[in-house]
Structure formats: C-alpha cells, structure tokens
Write a protein that binds this ligand. Sequence first.
Ligand SMILES: *Cc1c(COP(=O)(O)O)cnc(C)c1O
Length: 476
Amino acid sequence: MKYVSTRGNSEPAEFKEILLEGLAPDGGLYVPETYPKFTDAELDALRGLPAAPDAAQAGKNYHEVALTVLRTFITDIPEGDLKTLIARTYTKEVFGTQEITPLKQLEPGLSLLQLSNGPTLAFKDVPLQLLGNLMEYVLAEKGRELNVLGATSGDTGSAAAYALKGKKNLRLFMLSPHGRMSRFQQLQMYTLSEPNIFNIVVNGTFDDCQTIVKEANADADFKKKYKLGAVNSINWGRIAAQIVYYFYSYSRLTKNNSERVAYAVPSGNFGNALSAHIAREMGLNIEIIVCTNENDVLDQFFSSGIYHIRKGSEVKVTSSPSMDIASASNFERFVFDYVGRDSEKVRALWQELNAKREFDIGNSEPGTAFRMTSGSATDKDVLETIREAHKKYGYVIDPHTAVAMKVGLEKREKGIPLVVVETAQPAKFADTIREALGFEAPIPKSYESLANLPEHTTRMENETDLVKKFIAEHVS
Ligand SMILES: *Cc1c(COP(=O)(O)O)cnc(C)c1O
C-alpha cells in the first residue's frame, strides 16, 4: 500500500515512511492510494468468529479484526510482527476488558461503543497506544530516535504520554499551561515517572504553548538536530487504528452485510468520523452521524456545503472541550474523496480557504451528496441528555458522548440500530456531571492512588528559547 498526498505534489510513500511524519512535504495529508475493499465473504468471516464463549476468546477477536484491517494498510511490516504489536497493545491490563472496545446495549436498537476504557479514559488511547508501539518498532529498525514535542490543554497530552512512556528511542516533551488543567488531568500526566516523559508547565495559556511548539518547529536547524516529531491528530497511523473498531462493532451487531447500522460520532478534528467514512468505503454498511458541540464547523459544512473556519477567538468554551475546534484538521481527507480524489481541486479549495476562511462546495442536497448526517448540541442539551440517560438507563455518560447521544437520537432513521460512540468517561468531567446529576461521577479505582504520587514537572516562563534550551539539555 502506497500513500499519496491530498495535494498531489508529494512522492507516494509506504506506511513506515509516513508514520513518523506530519504533513506531506506539499502541505497535504497522506491518504491510501486506494481503499482496500472487503467482500461480503470477508466480512462474514469476521462475523463468524466465535462470539465470546469466554473472555479470552473475545480479546483474541479484537486482535484478529485489527490484524485483518491493519494488514491492508500496513504492508511494509511483516504480518507476524504486526500481529505481535497488536497483541502487545490491546490487552485487558491496559483496556480493562478483553473486548477492548465493548458494545453496551442501552435498549434494543441503541448501544454505546465504549472507546474510553484505556489508561487515560478517553478514546484517543485506542489509536495512540498502538502508535507508540508502531513508532518504537519503526525507530528501532531505522536506528533512529524521535523527540515528540507537543502542547496540550488536557486530554491529548496525557494520551500521548501514556502511549510513549518507557518507549525506546522516543522522548516526549509536553507543554501544558500552568493552572489551567483539571486536577484530574494534572494527576494523570504529572505523576508519570518514566524518564523519557518531560512535562513542561508553562506560565501562560494553551495558545502560548502551541506558539512555542510552532516556533521550535519553524527553526529547521533545531528541528533537524534534535529530531523533533509530533503525534497529532492528522497522523495516518491513528486513523488506521480507529477504523478497526468500526469493523469490530459492525460485525458484532449484524448477522449479514445487508443490515445497516448508524454511528453517532462526537466530532472535533474529524479523525474519528473520518475513520468511519473510510470503514464504509471499505465495505461496511453503515451510516454516519457527525455530532458537534456549539463549535459546529462540521455540522455547518455537512448541512450546507460551506466550510467556514473560525478564528481562535471565536471558539466557544464548552463542556465538551475535546471538540472545541476552530477548524477540523482531518477534514481535507474527506474533501479529497468527495471531489473524486482530484488534488488540483483540493489545492484550489485550500487556497480559497486560506484567503477567505471559507469555501463553498455548493451542493443543493449536501446531506445526500456527502452521505453524512450531522447535527450539533448546546451545553444545555448536554446537561439534559446526561440527566435523561441516567434516568432511563441508570448509566452516566460524559459530555462528549452526550453530544452524540442527543444528535444521534434526533437524527436517527427509524428501524436502523443506533450506536452512540462513547469517547470519554464521566470521571474526567466532574463539574458537568455534578451540575447535571447532583453527584460525583465514580473515579476508577486505578486513579485513586494517583493523588499520593509525586509529580514530575518543570515549570518554565513562556519563552520558546527556554524550551529549546531544555530540549537540547535533555537530548543526548
Ligand atoms: C478528541 C476527542 C473527540 C473528537 O474526536 P476527533 O477525532 O477529533 O473528531 C471527541 N471526544 C473526546 C473525548 C476526545 O478526546
């Protein structure tokens, strides 16, 4: 499998070559040259796997589905090695169950796809845990090292830290704004004691942290000398890993491929929903409901054909912060497919976007043309949905999942089972849960002891040069 850039001006490359890169050299995003197609018989084979007579069997099933899907995208790692990497990543110890991404039925025709049982209690663990192992494998093979520099306002930082901790030839320098993350998020990240994880706490805002990352990367000599890299949401390895749970859940929910299932996906940078889109291109009979909070860039696009990106100052602070975005970094991959993989068109659209902050694909029937349903939810909707779900199902959902449940129930088609994608655990969003329900969300056992652990951080003034100096001192 070769990967090409959405902008069409980069050399096609193999999986291992693009894994450690961010954007393609021409500024586009890497996508598979073609999407592998699964026949009905191949999908039936996934479904035919025994339905968990015991837990160990079920865990193997996720591994088998993962291998079946990932080997079509990762053709330059021997299958035996890939199998080992998958088995090492998706364990009951790390993800809580052998099923890794279990389905929980709330009522007939309505289920949750639980993606948030990993170490940081959010769905990004599913792709990032695999990415950490893939990167370690590729770096060892190439005899290279990589120093990942990132900025976080909370969630991505901890998911990256738990994915890279203890990995050989990898260091993580993660900038976070002082005093602006929840206590829970701070404990998660700052108590990690692995020597390859560096928490740099900046006296500034998240935007300041991002600026430092940009400036350090803009210094080409520094970037090269200190082998800077990233693990951000456009990384193709992450998208590939996310496709797996659509195959896994679809094959568990259906008896044959004529049965359709709708997925309501809480969306921000459009990585998760894009993975669903690709899973559908590969043969799954699924519908996709793109669910946004009040930062509804994507809902606006899918209902009008107009992609209008916001200014940082226009981004609203909502109760589902992981979806508070000004633009959706993976969206270009969808547009590439939509315009018939015409990279000239993509270049023209993004030129227009850079000049005018928007483009209009102008379709009179956007919903049908894009094959996407969409909707958005307010913070008030989120509180109501959390309350209703608790009353009806005796189950506490987090604010991101609540966005999807609200929009999914509203937009679902009669007779088609709905899967609401659960992307985080409520314990991470204590304030919203307390406001909605009047009690605290239970904290998972594994987290109770964190409060007693020492924290490992370096406090720093908001200056790029200080961060660069720190990196130089800690990269041998
Ligand atoms: C990142 C994240 C999302 C948004 O996912 P995208 O792939 O960026 O659309 C939704 N919910 C949670 C909890 C997240 O961490």
